[in-house]
Design a protein. Structure first.
Length: 164
């Protein structure tokens, strides 16, 4: 029997609307916006998901990114993991992503990874505060881990996140 990541009766949030950004499910229709942001922030991203991650590679293509987005959408629909894109309020630009995933660590309900593009770091502190509040208020988790953020990669250990 498989343990559910979230209860069957839990209504997964569609997203979040804020003055400076919105969250919505990460899915294929935003491929070009997402790809542009990922590739422009790739050096920073390589430290977000693991201490020495190689994603995104310098030669990652738009098609590679589309495959990632298709996988994220399927995980979301299947309630296996939840990825959200962070967009400007007018939805004209992707400025980051959030990944909410199950954890196999004792006492940890989920692992959350997030990033903002290099040119939107001025929003980071506000974004992080809003995100953590949203997770606490809208999600059924008691203990959320933020590897590479509130817990260092050295403390967390060698296990790393896979962006898909």
């Amino acid at each position: 029997m498989t343990t559910l990541f979230v209860p069957d009766d839990f209504i997964v949030p569609d997203g979040l609307i804020h003055d400076h950004f919105i969250l919505q499910m990460l899915e294929p229709s935003i491929n070009e916006l997402d790809y542009q942001t990922v590739m422009s922030s790739r050096e920073n991203l390589r430290s977000i998901f693991a201490e020495h991650d190689e994603w995104p590679t310098d030669d990652m293509t738009l098609a590679d990114n589309l495959n990632d987005l298709i996988a994220h959408e399927k995980e979301f629909i299947d309630r296996i993991a939840f990825a959200y894109t962070v967009l400007t309020p007018d939805k004209s630009k992707c400025i980051g992503c959030i990944y909410i995933e199950p954890s196999n660590r004792d006492g940890v309900d989920c692992e959350t990874f997030y990033w903002l593009s290099d040119d939107n770091q001025h929003l980071f502190n506000e974004f992080e505060e809003i995100l953590k509040s949203w997770l606490k208020e809208k999600w059924p988790f008691n203990n959320i881990a933020y590897p590479g953020r509130s817990i260092s990669w050295q403390q967390w250990g060698s296990r790393s996140h896979s962006h898909i």
